[in-house]
Each structure stands twice: as structure tokens, then as C-alpha cells.
Design a protein around this ligand. Structure first.
Ligand code: CAA
Length: 247
């Protein structure tokens, strides 16, 4: 069966990053009108040059700021219409072992990766339930499922995202709204390339398919979960990790 997102409005947070860009393109290819936030004017300019020919709507918004998220969603609704699909993709790492981790490193990662999920979902959930359709997709991580040395902050935030998914999925299940987590493994992005090479090689050796994931591997699953036909999948945590971690 061919799925379609024609006439759907989608927000992808962190859409100017590597995975975010692939998700924006995939949802747009499926027919959705796509919006994202950005933080840096310079990064936006570069991203728009890379995405010439695409008609993505971009709005400046720091996802750690609740009121900024409110303004962002209002701007998207004014420009594109009510939001049908929210992909909470914005995320950062600040890796270091706990004995060295500062409060700022803890707090910044929790604010960006977890508080943002509340800040954005809170703006769209009422409209989705009122209209009887919605898709919220939280981009977590294999390291929220299994933990990772040097990522107490990131793993806690990513595991927290799935707790949020399961709770909200139950709240809105009868209203046509699904809420799911997607947990990618190690994807060939700048974030993973920042891991020291020797450690990265050890990690790749643990991936049964024998390679890092691609951004398209992730975008494909988002597109699948966003489809109207995926209405019976909710509260799930879908792994796309090349077999590195099997639950
Ligand atoms: N296995 C076992 N022990 C390890 C280890 C490992 N993989 N990595 C570090 N250690 C041990 C070291 O041997 C050392 O032990 P001793 O103190 O007994 O000598 C100790 O931990 C190192 O501790 P330090 O506090 O000195 O840490 P460090 O400065 O050497 O750096 C690190 C540690 C920053 C965590 C580094 O190991 C690292 O970058 N690891 C990779 C983290 C990672 O996978 N991040 C994922 C980023 S991508 C992403 O997050 C996307 C996604 O969703 C998948």
C-alpha cells in the first residue's frame, strides 16, 4: 500500500542538522508541508543553499524556551495550517564521564533533548486531539536504551523521552493521535564523527550490519510512523541501529 502525507503539515525540530534535513526532505517527498526551527542565521543560510528547490518554512526558535516554542508553532500554523505531525528531533551531546561532568553539561543536554519535547508537544497536542489526527515522533537513541559511557546526561534525556512517549500515547490514543519513539543507532553524522576515531572503530565493530547508519535509514522510519496507515502503532520504541542493540 502506498502511503501519502499529502496536505499534512509537519514540524521537524532541529531540521537544519543532518538527520533533521533528511527527515524534512522525506516528509516533503511524501507530500507534507514542512517547517523547522533554526537557531543560527548563518547556519540557516547555509542550509537553505543546500536545500534550494525545497519550500521548507523556517522560523528562529530555541527549543529550550517554552514561550519561543509557542510562538514558533503559532507562526507555522499561520503560514502552513494546523500541525498534523511533530518530529521532536533537536538534540545535542556533551559527552564526558560523570566524574567530570559539570552541572551546565547536565542541564544543557537535559533542557535541549528532553525539556524541548514537552515545550513542543504541549503546543500541538490539543489541536491534534480536537481534529482527531496527529503523529508525534520522538527521536531518541540507542544510548537511551542501553546507556553509554560518557553520556549520563544524554542517556538520561533520551530514556526520558520514551517515558514521555508512553505516557502521552495513552492520553491521546482514543483521539487518533499516535506517539512513538524512534531510537537510531550510530548514524554517519558530525555528532558521531566527533567521537574519537579509535572509540568509533570499536563501536562500528559492534554493529552486526557492519556499517554506520545513514540519515535516510532514520528518515524512512519517521515517514512510516507519520503515515495515516500507521494508526495502530503507538507508545512503541522502534530501533534503527543495524542490530547493535536488540530488545
Ligand atoms: N569501555 C570501557 N571503559 C571505558 C570506555 C569503554 N568504551 N571508554 C572509556 N573507558 C574508561 C577508560 O578506560 C578510563 O578508565 P580509567 O580511568 O580506569 O583509566 C575511563 O573510562 C575514562 O574516563 P575519563 O573520565 O578519563 O574519560 P575520557 O576523557 O577518556 O573520555 C569519553 C571518555 C568522552 C566518554 C570517550 O570515551 C568517548 O567519547 N566515548 C564515546 C561516547 C559515545 O559513544 N558518544 C556517542 C556520541 S554520538 C550520539 O550520541 C548519537 C547517538 O544517539 C548514538
Amino acid at each position: 500500500m502506498k502511503t501519502s502525507l499529502k496536505d499534512k503539515v509537519a514540524i521537524v525540530t532541529g531540521g537544519t542538522g543532518a538527520i533533521g534535513t533528511a527527515i524534512c526532505r522525506q516528509l516533503s517527498d511524501s507530500g507534507a508541508r514542512v517547517a523547522t526551527n533554526y537557531r543560527s542565521d548563518q547556519k540557516l543560510k547555509h542550509w537553505q543553499e543546500q536545500n534550494k528547490g525545497q519550500s521548507f518554512f523556517a522560523h528562529k526558535c530555541d527549543v529550550t524556551d517554552f514561550n519561543a516554542c509557542k510562538d514558533f508553532v503559532a507562526a507555522v500554523e499561520k503560514e502552513l495550517g494546523p500541525v498534523d505531525i511533530l518530529v521532536n528531533n533537536a538534540g545535542i551531546t556533551m559527552d564526558t564521564t560523570l566524574r567530570k561532568m559539570t552541572w551546565e553539561q547536565w542541564n544543557t543536554v537535559l533542557n535541549t533533548n528532553l525539556d524541548s519535547v514537552f515545550n513542543m508537544s504541549r503546543q500541538v497536542v490539543q489541536g491534534m486531539t480536537d481534529r482527531g489526527f496527529g503523529r508525534i515522533i520522538n527521536i531518541s537513541s540507542i544510548n537511551g536504551q542501553k546507556g553509554q559511557i560518557g553520556q549520563c546526561n544524554y542517556s538520561a534525556a533520551k530514556a526520558g523521552m520514551h517515558g514521555f512517549t508512553m505516557a502521552l500515547a495513552q492520553e491521546v490514543a482514543r483521539k487518533g493521535v499516535t506517539v512513538n519513539t524512534l531510537s537510531p543507532g550510530y548514524i554517519a553524522t558530525e555528532m558521531v564523527m566527533a567521537v574519537p576515531e579509535d572509540i568509533r572503530k570499536q563501536i562500528i565493530a559492534q554493529i552486526p550490519v557492519g556499517r554506520l547508519g545513514t540519515v535516510e535509514d532514520v528518515a524512512f522510519v519517521v515517514d512510516f510512523l507519520a503515515a495515516p496507515e500507521a494508526g495502530f502503532i503507538t507508545g512503541a520504541d522502534i530501533a534503527a541501529n543495524g542490530g547493535q542493540h536488540m530488545m
